[in-house]
Design a protein around this ligand. Structure first.
Ligand SMILES: *Cc1c(COP(=O)(O)O)cnc(C)c1O
Length: 519
């Protein structure tokens, strides 16, 4: 059953698969039915008596039929949700190699701070005099973001990266309209390697997207930008470091070309984790950039919490920043919500994701400027360690040279093996790893984008590399059984993801019709 490294052999796996259990459970991996299937409509976890002599205040709108919700006892409810949570892979469970996503450890200190009653129990409509500490925290966070990017203004309120893109592009649109160029500057240049949110954002607010081809080394060629710019171009949206894990080495030249043409430089800053403390976007000619607090500054995401996407703005755009913003005056901190008449409006009903601000600032203050710089250096080092550890087996589309915070492989090395990027990723699940980002960026065939982040130890990286090497050797040797029907050990095997997306079943219907009492 076990080979000499203590791992089940493929015949062992086959045997395990044949061994059906009575319950459907696999040892501690417990099958979990839907809450409607476990609970019963005629039971309840609550034992209050029906209220008597309480006149209805609903004016005849009371429900007449049974509500039909499943009733569970408290321990049943608890087990249901704990079992479901155990089916999740999380950064607190293991290495989460998703590239372009920065799934880094969120220190528990952040959680402690975010739960302090003075931050957690605030109401957005509370009198300003009672929330001075929260406003000071927002102001301090804004200061750190401006300092780290060398930009003079920041809009804190956007609630994620894509929302920040929308904010930045709306500021650009407002600036263009203020110059009377709203009708003529309609085009936004977006490199082929961009995250899908970039063209989507530009299109959403009425711009026409024009793609910029990526040259052979994975970066944008200023000569291509020069060819495309003109009086009809509003902006370029450039990601730096880009989604190939490479620093756009001609970024300053591209910025100069864009400014020369009277357009704006939007930088997608989702990959800021690679350059914090090393390079300042304000020095590179950026006019607007969102910062994913939930990627760069450790606040959890991916099922773990909401995002937050503050946007830093250059002096050319600062006047168009949305409301509100915090200002320090003689009476303490104030929230400016109406003053700036050139602001394009608001991004959110209130002030943004307070809990994320607290976590991000907690991370910044506990690291300090030197610690943030080291985190970026370690993120880049770790990605390069993985690149170097796999480069002899897996193919690198832009040659075996240093990357930034993520290592991008393609599927050239899988040619003629009958195994695809998807098969390889599914086999990683059997080994207990969340797969890397697959098939993105689109400029690379069968892309595998791996981002370890700085928070993995050398031992964790060594095991990850050893695992991927073991899989890669199997793949090159065409041991297809390990891949084609993988995962073997997950609670669910391969799902028809396309059908699930195209025709989702969103309504649960009881297996048997509920008996209706005879009149
Ligand atoms: C994550 C990401 C985004 C979008 O950010 P969200 O917070 O998910 O909306 C945009 N661009 C790049 C390059 C990203 O990695």
């Amino acid at each position: 059953m076990l080979n000499n490294q203590g791992r089940p052999t493929s015949s062992g796996i086959a045997e395990a698969n044949q061994h059906q259990t009575f319950t459907g459970n696999k040892a501690l991996m417990i099958e979990e039915a839907l809450i409607f299937e476990i609970g019963r409509t005629d039971t309840s976890g609550v034992d209050f008596d029906e209220p008597s002599d309480t006149p209805s205040m609903l004016g005849g709108f009371e429900r007449k039929s049974e509500i039909g919700l499943p009733g569970l006892s408290e321990p049943e409810t608890m087990r249901h949700f704990v079992r479901l949570s155990q089916k999740n892979y999380a950064i607190d469970v293991g290495l989460y190699s998703l590239g372009s996503c920065t799934m880094k450890h969120n220190p528990r200190l952040n959680e402690r701070m975010a739960r302090l009653a003075g931050f957690a129990d605030l109401h957005p409509l509370q009198p300003i005099a009672t929330v001075q500490g929260a406003l000071e925290l927002m102001d301090t966070l804004a200061h750190w973001l401006m300092e780290l990017t060398n930009m003079p203004a920041v809009a804190l309120s956007p609630k994620a990266g894509a929302h920040g893109e929308l904010c930045g592009m709306m500021a650009i649109k407002a600036a263009i309209e203020a110059k009377g160029e709203g009708e003529t500057r309609r085009i936004v240049l977006v490199p082929d390697s961009a995250h899908g949110t970039n063209p989507a954002t530009a299109a959403l607010i009425g711009f026409v997207v024009k793609p910029v081809p990526v040259r052979d080394d994975g970066t944008v060629d200023p000569a291509e930008v020069q060819k495309l710019v003109g009086p009809d171009v509003a902006a370029i949206m450039l990601t730096n470091p880009n989604t190939c894990g490479l620093f756009e080495k001609d970024v300053s030249e591209i910025a100069a070309i864009i400014h020369e043409a009277g357009a704006y430089f939007y930088c997608d800053g989702a990959n800021f984790n690679a350059i914090v403390g090393k390079a300042r976007p304000g020095d590179l000619g950026v006019d607007a950039m969102h910062i994913n607090l939930h990627k760069t500054f450790s606040t959890p995401h991916g099922g773990g919490g909401p995002g937050s996407g503050p946007v830093v703005l250059s002096s050319r755009l600062a006047a168009y920043a949305p409301m509100p913003f915090v200002k320090k005056g003689k009476q303490g901190y104030a929230l400016i919500e109406h003053e700036n008449i050139t602001a394009f409006g608001r991004m959110t009903a209130f002030h943004g994701q307070m809990g994320m601000y607290v976590r991000a600032l907690s991370y910044m203050l506990s690291h300090g400027a030197d610690g943030l710089k080291q985190a970026s250096e370690d993120a880049v080092l770790n990605a390069n360690y993985i690149r170097a550890g796999l480069a002899d087996l897996m193919s690198l589309p832009f040659g075996n040279r240093a990357c930034m915070h993520e290592a991008l492989f393609d599927d050239t090395w899988l040619k003629d093996t009958g195994i695809t990027t998807l098969d390889f990723a599914k086999a990683m699940i059997d080994e207990g790893y969340h797969p890397m980002t697959m098939y993105f960026p689109l400029v690379v065939h069968g892309a595998m984008l791996i981002e370890p982040t700085e928070s993995e130890s050398k031992a964790a990286l060594d095991l990850f590399i050893a695992t991927l090497r073991d899989l890669a050797i199997s793949a090159v040797n065409k041991e297809t059984t390990r891949f084609l029907n993988a995962p073997f050990h997950a609670p669910r095997r391969r799902l028809d993801e396309t059908r699930a997306a195209r025709s989702p079943i969103l309504r649960w219907t009881p297996p048997e019709p509920i008996a209706i009492a005879a009149e």
